[in-house]
Design a binder for this molecule. Structure first.
Ligand SMILES: NC(=O)C1=CN([C@@H]2O[C@H](COP(=O)(O)OP(=O)(O)OC[C@H]3O[C@@H](n4cnc5c(N)ncnc54)[C@H](O)[C@@H]3O)[C@@H](O)[C@H]2O)C=CC1
Ligand SMILES: N[C@@H](CC=O)C(=O)O
Length: 842
């Protein structure tokens, strides 16, 4: 039973363990000392400490250097230097943090004194040039012993009665040096005898260390200080073990990979064991004293002691829904074994695991195909070659000694073991579906998979390069209530600016009503960029961009964008951005574009991008490139997908040219109408692209290519709206002046048409099977009769008519505003939402 803490009573006995990160940096020591003093005021405590900072590494390096041989004979000076270095490094660190002046005695002398036997030890190693695990354990013990000396002295200096305890004096172990196992009963006996002398003082113990019955120093292996602390807690019947570290508890994912990762409030001991198997929190053997004695464990942050941290106990999460932890174990190799026939009575998996165990190779995960025809096993990458050799040796023969038909072993590396751990999973339906669905949505291939017993964990082996995206996506699918997408918006002109305004207005509603959180990670124009992985407040995007001095290095920004959940590049420029799309898609970033140029790029380039998007399972959405927000592309794709035969596509694709035709028929001079159209945001950045017919030609080409027509822009027959000689100037003012010279001729032409009962329109026609000598795609001005569907268009209205096998008598019409910032931006936002919604609710 866990002792309960009654209000008003002193809290029962607790063990506090401070790891490398907490006592490692001398600066943190102050905080650790505060915490010990604070807890001590509240009831009895014992403290376990690790070695400071890189002291352990320095000690290993010193032993290795001594064993490798040092200059001089018998290396006395060099050994002296090694020892002095280790000691000086420690005292310098304390001095820099201003800690030495708090201690009345001279700590540097005490540390040097403590290290004296290390000198003899290294001399011995140098003489025999031999470095055994036993020697190494003894050398390493100086790190923890120095920590105890420092912590005890500093506690005493602030008036906290403290006694330093060399845990070797009570931790009785076997003689597996480097990874010794304590004997609980013997250790309890020793500790009982020692504890009587502490009489209320804080006992400060070395973590990690033990001693054999015949007095040789041992270490307890990985997470050894945690093990010491758990044992101490068990033997002394502590009410709680606190592990103080540099994070505020067990995180839902590696915060280096997932910005939104957050500490889990509660974990069950069973979950902690699963996580421990994956190298997280405590090593499973460290958990067993706590489970046996039912001692709760709290993981806390030394730098943020008021954070609640994670409580690990028998109950686990009190939150039925969430969260679950996503653990990524990287740098593994996956070995695939396949037999073409059954291997007699013994299964391939059993033999493989035994062979690997005999070779001393730890296995991260092993999974079998039905009836064991195939077996895949993941091992650390550095063990891959040895594992392959061990398996090849094993399967060179069957149990009867006969050769067998084993296909060559396939080794895939690097791979990552991605594991979802959470008790709540067992109580939630379709966990596997959501897990694999989330991976599938982003095109991550699962090379092997397993589901743990008790439905507490599920794992997938994936390619190493997919790790970051996969962890973020799975984390978001299980732990975030809303589907987050992250945008990098290129261009803040008519369309880009309006898009950001619409986003600002809709962001909250989308999160609240649609469970989609659209975050602006970055925005760039042709001069500068601003990027913030935490998200740029939409009300502040313009100010943030103006304040920025960062040049628009878009590939570098894409590299940062890819690390965020559901990254989308939003192209609202009129630039040639094909190279950027290639980078984005290859990095796993979706693309949403109002820009037509990449779609109108030479066929192999456009097709290469399409293939890349398909291969990488990324989306490239571009509905607004024809008819702004009108559903032109979606309609055409649906017709093609459902097997309708397209007979012809025709229409008025340009909002600008439609608007100009209307203005001309009202008597507005051409140059005035173009100025006006530009000011209203209908034209391309340079109106020449509209008046030359190029913009409509691009749109027609985009549609033709949807039909699989392998055409380039030069195959489109273009007759310009205005004469080419009027369109030469880049400078807009000069352009308008030159255009004005044609105002009278245009007015006369329109008047002549009016008198003939016809109207001017700029039409496009796409004919998949044109008559001989007629171009398949053509765009140009047409004088239409009053009963032509285009004759009735008003303002910026565009229309597209699809004549198909199924819509032959009455063509399928899409009609509405074909240009303008507001409708186009809404179309871009719709494309963004298409991607977000398709991922939501996985
Ligand atoms: N205006 C409309 O009605 C419609 C426009 N579109 C397309 O939307 C795109 C944008 O049009 P507008 O907003 O009207 O153009 P705009 O000229 O007003 O804005 C273009 C923006 O792109 C930026 N830019 C240019 N090159 C860049 C680069 N390499 N990196 C970052 N930013 C860059 C410019 O600084 C500017 O902010 C064009 O491709 C256009 O064809 C599509 C449908 C309708
Ligand atoms: N300039 C274009 C804008 C939309 O693509 C047009 O007027 O149609």
């Amino acid at each position: 039973m866990t002792p309960q803490h009654e209000p008003g009573q002193a809290r029962p006995f607790r063990v506090m363990k401070f790891g490398g990160s907490s006592v490692g940096a001398a600066e943190r020591l102050f905080q650790a000392l505060d915490l010990i003093a604070r807890e001590r005021d509240d009831g009895p405590v014992a403290v376990v400490v690790s070695a400071m900072a890189d002291t352990t590494d320095r000690l290993i390096a010193a032993v290795d250097a001594a064993a490798a041989g040092l200059p001089g004979d018998p290396h006395v000076d060099a050994i002296e230097a090694l020892v002095v270095n280790v000691a000086r490094d420690l005292t310098d660190r304390l001095d820099r943090a201003g800690l030495l002046k708090h201690v009345p005695e001279d700590l540097s002398v005490a540390i040097a004194e403590l290290m004296r036997p290390l000198r003899q030890l290294l001399l011995g190693v140098g003489l025999v040039r031999e470095r055994t695990l036993q020697t190494r354990d003894l050398a390493l013990s100086f790190g923890e012993r120095a920590s105890v000396l420092v912590v005890r002295s500093l506690l005493a200096a602030r008036g906290v009665a403290a006694v330093g305890v060399d845990a070797r004096d009570w931790t009785v172990t076997d003689d597996r040096f480097g990874q010794a196992t304590p004997d609980l009963a013997a250790s309890a006996l020793q500790l009982g005898a020692l504890a009587a002398a502490w009489s209320g003082a804080v006992s400060v113990h070395t973590g990690f260390l033990g001693r054999t019955r015949d007095g040789r120093t041992t270490t307890l292996g990985r997470n050894g200080s945690d093990y010491t602390a758990a044992l101490l807690a068990q033997i002394l019947g502590a009410a709680e073990l606190q592990i103080w570290t540099d994070v505020s508890g067990v995180m839902t994912a590696d915060p280096e990979l997932v910005l939104e990762a957050y500490p889990v409030a509660h974990l069950s001991q069973a979950e902690a064991l699963e996580l421990g198997d994956l190298g997280m929190i405590l090593h499973p053997r460290t958990m067993s004293p706590l489970i046996e004695a039912q001692i709760p464990l709290r993981v806390r942050n030394t730098a943020r002691p008021d954070d609640p941290g994670t409580l690990i106990d028998a109950v686990g999460t009190r939150d039925e829904r969430h969260p679950v932890c996503v653990v990524s174990t990287e740098d593994l190799a996956l070995l695939d074994l396949e037999t073409r026939r059954r291997l007699g009575h013994e299964r391939i998996g059993e033999r493989a695991l035994r062979a690997l165990a005999n070779a001393g190779i730890p296995v991260w995960v092993g999974t079998s195909a039905p009836r064991d025809r195939a077996f895949a096993v993941a091992v650390a990458r550095h063990d891959a070659a040895r594992a392959e050799a061990a398996l090849a040796a094993e399967f060179g023969r069957n149990p009867d000694g006969e050769p067998i038909e084993l296909a060559p072993i396939r080794v895939r590396e690097p791979v990552t073991l991605l594991t979802l751990v959470g008790e709540a999973m067992g109580r939630t339906p379709n966990v596997a579906g959501r897990f694999f669905g989330a991976l599938g949505q982003i095109g991550v291939l699962v090379r092997a998979s397993t589901q743990g017993a008790g439905e507490r964990s599920i794992s997938a082996v994936i390619d190493g390069e997919d790790t970051a995206t996969a962890v973020r996506t799975v984390h978001a699918a299980f732990n975030l209530a809303v589907q987050e997408v992250n945008l990098l918006v290129l261009g803040k002109g008519i369309v880009g600016r309006e898009l950001l305004n619409q986003l600002a207005a809709q962001q909250q509603a989308l999160a609240g009503d649609q469970d989609v959180l659209i975050k602006l990670a970055g925005v760039a124009d042709s001069k500068r960029a601003v990027f913030d992985p935490a998200g740029i407040a939409l009300a502040r995007w313009e100010a943030r961009l103006q304040e920025s001095h960062v040049p628009p290095d878009i590939p570098a920004l894409l590299e940062r964008l890819r690390r965020l959940p559901v990254p989308i590049l939003v192209d609202c420029t009129a630039d040639d951005t094909t190279a950027l799309y290639e980078t984005a898609l290859s990095l796993g970033i979706h693309v949403v574009a109002a820009n037509k140029r990449p779609l109108a790029a030479p066929w192999p380039i456009r097709q290469g991008l399409m293939d890349m998007a398909r291969k990488r399972h990324r989306r490239w959405e571009y509905e607004t490139t024809v008819g702004a927000s009108l559903p032109v592309i979606d309609t055409l794709k649906s017709l093609v997908r459902t097997g309708d035969g397209i007979v012809r596509i025709e229409g008025s694709f340009s909002g600008t040219l439609g608007y100009l035709a209307g203005e001309l028929s009202r008597g507005v001079p051409l140059s005035h109408a173009v100025r006006d159209a530009r000011a209203r945001g209908y034209t391309e950045p340079h109106p020449r692209d509209d008046l030359s017919g190029l913009d409509v030609a691009r749109k027609a080409l985009i549609l033709a290519r949807e039909l699989g027509m392998e055409l380039d822009l030069d195959a489109v027959a273009i007759e310009p709206f205005a004469p080419s000689e009027a369109l030469g100037h880049d400078d807009l003012e000069r352009f308008f002046l030159a255009l004005a010279e044609h105002d009278a001729a245009f007015a006369a032409r329109v008047e002549r048409m009016r008198q003939g009962g016809r109207v001017l329109r700029y039409l496009a026609q796409i004919d998949p099977s044109p008559p001989a000598g007629v171009p398949a795609v053509r765009v140009g001005p047409v004088e239409v009769e009053p009963d032509h569907p285009a004759a009735r268009l008003r303002g910026t209205e565009a229309f597209v008519a699809f004549t198909t096998d199924r819509h032959r008598a009455y063509p399928l019409l899409v009609q509405g505003a074909g240009a303008g910032g507001a409708v186009t931006a809404a179309g871009v936002l719709t494309d963004i939402l298409k991607i977000a919604m398709s991922l939501r609710g996985r």
